[in-house]
Design a protein around this ligand. Structure first.
Ligand SMILES: [Zn+2]
Length: 320
């Protein structure tokens, strides 16, 4: 993928919380208080808030998970900061005392999913080459921006890319087989992990449930294709990247429906020659009104997608 400037990344991830100087107000209670919920046999989810990054939540807006396998533990995503990664490692040790972490997967390169990598031994970190490349290109910019958004929570955090690039369709970790699907659409590289024993599928941010999807690196057509592939998977349940577990295909349908609406709305606005501000004032349909942070995410999506759509609909014609 093309490298994106730090300035662009700052814009993409700029959010509601701009009070960088208030960081110290919260310095006395920088504890994530993570809790594990058993969502399937030997499988725990650690659910984040369905919010945007704030000084209050410290970036804990993401779902991560860990799985007990015969010889150890497998972890899916590591949260938004070194502090979170260390808290997650401590929670795993408390839940499964003495069991070594044998594998940590990163589903994609967004900051809430991999900036906790420092909490784990680098030798066990793994993901696809595409995710590794994306972290190399954009990880430092994300880290800078997270310091700006959540302040002190980030102390000591730096961008650490996994050293192991996966390409196999499955791998055996500690006596358990995991299937790996190399999809894209939410970003240019989205790794989906399926536990072949329990049938739990960890979708990363290809699926959201009751929380508006984020689109800073989205290719909506590719994303829709990936959602259709997820729907074909033999599974017991999905753990979306954000939101509660999904035992049907509600998260896939909701994400697909929202993306359809988003792309057609922005395309229509661009083809009518609306300004970006006019596009932003479009009313959110009632069926999406209850999605968490939908107003903010819609506005951010207009910023991400509007110029892209304008270029598609109105190509620059060079004078002869
Ligand atoms: Zn993401």
């Amino acid at each position: 993928m093309t490298s994106v400037s730090r300035r662009t990344l700052l814009k993409l991830f700029a959010g509601a919380s701009t009070c960088a100087v208030c960081g110290n107000v919260h310095a006395n209670r920088l504890s994530y208080d993570l809790a594990a919920t058993e969502i399937a046999s030997g499988t725990w989810a650690v659910h984040g808030k369905t919010e945007y990054f704030t000084l209050e939540n410290g970036g804990n807006i993401v779902n991560v998970a860990f799985v007990e396998v015969p010889d150890g533990v497998v972890v899916i995503d590591t949260g938004p900061s070194k502090r979170y990664g260390e808290a997650l490692a401590a929670l795993i040790e408390k839940t499964l005392p003495g069991k070594p972490v044998l594998r940590v997967y990163n589903t994609h390169h967004h900051p809430d999913h991999f900036l906790g990598n420092q909490g784990f031994d680098r030798a066990v970190l793994a993901t696809s080459q595409g995710v590794i490349d994306n972290i190399a290109a954009e990880g430092d910019g994300f880290t800078d921006n997270m310091y700006r958004l959540v302040g002190d929570w980030m102390r000591g955090t730096s961008s650490v890319a996994p050293g192991k690039a996966l390409e196999a369709a499955s791998e055996d970790i500690g006596g358990r087989r995991f299937s790996l699907s190399y999809l894209n659409g939410h970003t240019s590289a989205d790794l989906v992990i399926r536990d072949d024993e329990t049938g739990v599928v960890f979708t990363g941010d290809l699926a959201f449930l009751n929380r508006a999807p984020t689109t800073p690196h989205a290719d909506i057509q590719a994303w829709q294709t990936s959602l259709a592939q997820l729907d074909q998977m033999d599974r017991e349940l999905f753990l979306p990247g954000h939101g509660k577990i999904d035992k049907s295909n509600e998260s896939l349908q909701q994400t697909s429906d929202y993306l359809d609406w988003l792309s057609s709305t922005i395309k229509q606005a661009a083809s009518r020659g609306y300004t970006m501000n006019e596009a932003m004032s479009t009313a959110i349909p009632a069926r999406f009104a209850s999605l968490d942070v939908v107003d903010q995410e819609y506005q951010r999506s207009v910023v991400h997608l509007y110029l892209q759509m304008e270029d598609e609909l109105m190509p620059i014609i060079e004078p002869k």
